[in-house]
Ligand binder design. Structure first.
Ligand code: ADP
Length: 446
């Protein structure tokens, strides 16, 4: 609860409102007190000077204070104040409350001396109680405070309600994301979040859905891969166990030919396992290359020489068209040999007597491009775009019989790409295929 985003938003808003209210209260009350006090003092002075002028006129007309009690009472009555007037000696000549007449006054109220204008002669002193007006500084301040208190309280309540509604709106997509993330965490990769939110939350939703897509795809791929691997392993394994059973049942004789067949199946298995290992290394981005400056032409000649006997055995012409000299290339000789060997094996496999296979190499821009072309059966256009996918085989049944796992080109592509190059295939059914790959030249050789 305390850690929930909604609670934190509520707390943050409440805090902001409280701080604002207290600050406003502080400044408003200070300035109100000041303003009201100066206003009060000014009006008090104004009132007092009006009175002294009036009383002086009375004094002049009546030549003394006799009879002043009545007008003083009147004035006090209309203003709601207590008014005391003393003569020049300090003896009270009028008291609006009629209590202290004819006694000496010990001033308790603020006094205003009444003088003869222009001279120093004092005719009396006027004492006036402060106004009992309800608009005194304190009462005004109290009402401002009350207003601020209730206003602040109302603002807090409105803000809380608004925050509650807004936070629900803002947090709804986040809540949906939370639920979906939980389900994905439990293995349900079909989860997607539908939200019309824009801005950061919208972006988060899009990214989340993208992540879910990728997870979903990866999971499907993993499942397919496991199924494919199981499928690929099943054939040689069942062949091996078939041979074993036949031998133990006495149906097949355990002779050199049987052992050779068993060996072939076992080597098929170990090749498959090796290919799978390469694939998983490249999947994990750990296909380590041991790069060294190599003479790629020499490397090609080596591999071609190694494959020559296989080609001869099938009645194929295997030739090379290589330049005399190309700049040295930084590459992993073992891995590039693996690529070239795979392309040559494929070419030999998909050609027949009288066909020819040619290996060429040439510098194209900043790359060395190596091509293996054959005049074999070719690849249908619909398959051509898939041949670099894992476990993809054009002729499923025949390819298996010839030992292909459908991983060779996938691995070749990964190796070439790890070198920073590209691999391509062109083919026409009945005419043959051309597989080419490029390896970039070392920058210092350009
Ligand atoms: P495999 O290990 O089964 O040979 P690859 O990944 O090397 O698998 O090749 C995929 C498929 O591409 C093969 O099954 C084959 O049908 C096709 N292919 C590859 N090279 C050639 C070629 N030179 N001519 C015709 N088809 C080919």
């Amino acid at each position: 609860m305390i850690h929930s985003l909604q609670f934190r938003l509520l707390a943050a808003f409440t805090l902001v409102i409280l701080v604002t209210s207290v600050t406003v209260y502080f400044f408003v009350s200070r300035s109100t007190v000041g303003e009201v006090r100066t206003y009060g003092e000014r009006s008090e002075r104004f009132y007092a000077s009006g009175m002294t002028r009036f009383l002086y006129r009375f004094y002049r007309q009546n030549e003394g204070w006799v009879g002043v009690q009545q007008p003083v009472e009147q004035m006090a009555g209309t203003s709601g104040r207590r008014i005391i007037l003393t003569d020049s000696r300090g003896v009270i000549v009028a008291d609006s409350e009629k209590k202290l007449n004819n006694s000496f006054y010990r001033p308790e109220l603020p006094g205003h001396v009444i003088r003869v204008p222009g001279m120093n002669e004092v005719t009396g002193t006027l004492y006036i109680s402060p106004s009992a007006d309800p608009a005194s500084p304190q009462s005004l301040l109290n009402s401002v405070n009350r207003f601020l208190l209730w206003g602040g309280l109302l603002a807090v309540i409105i803000a809380l309600i608004l925050t509650f509604i807004l936070s629900r709106l803002i947090l709804a997509p986040i809540q949906a994301l939370k639920l979906s993330a939980r389900k994905i965490g439990q293995g349900d990769f079909s989860q997607r979040v539908v939200s019309r939110a824009k801005g950061e939350v919208g972006e988060l939703t899009t990214t989340f859905n993208l992540m879910a897509d990728n997870l979903d795809r990866a999971e499907k791929m993993r499942r397919n891969m496991v199924a494919d691997i199981a499928h690929e392993l099943r054939t040689p394994l069942s062949n091996i166990s078939g041979y074993m059973e036949a031998v133990s049942d006495g149906v097949v004789e355990l002779n050199a030919a049987t052992i050779l067949s068993l060996k072939e199946e076992a080597s098929l298995l170990s090749r498959l396992v090796e290919e799978l290992q390469d694939l998983s290394l490249s999947d994990a981005g750990q296909l380590k290359l041991f790069l060294q400056e190599e003479d790629i032409v020499r490397l090609i000649r080596q591999i071609v020489a190694r494959m020559q006997s296989k080609a001869d055995l099938k009645g194929l012409t295997l030739s090379v068209k290589l330049p005399d000299k190309v700049p040295p290339v930084r590459l992993d000789a073992r891995r590039i040999s693996q690529v070239l060997q795979n392309l040559l094996e494929n070419a030999i496999l998909h050609t027949s007597v009288g066909d020819s296979i040619t290996v060429t190499a040439e510098r194209k821009g900043n790359n060395i491009e190596v091509s293996v072309s054959d005049t074999g059966e070719g690849i249908p256009e619909t398959d051509l775009s898939h041949i670099f996918e894992r476990f993809y085989r054009v002729d499923k049944s025949r390819a298996r019989a010839t030992g292909g796992s459908g991983l060779g080109l996938t691995i070749a592509k990964r190796i070439v790409e790890a070198h920073g190059g590209v691999i391509r295939a062109q083919s026409e059914v009945g005419k043959g295929s051309v597989f080419s790959f490029s390896v970039p030249l070392s920058p210092e050789r350009l």
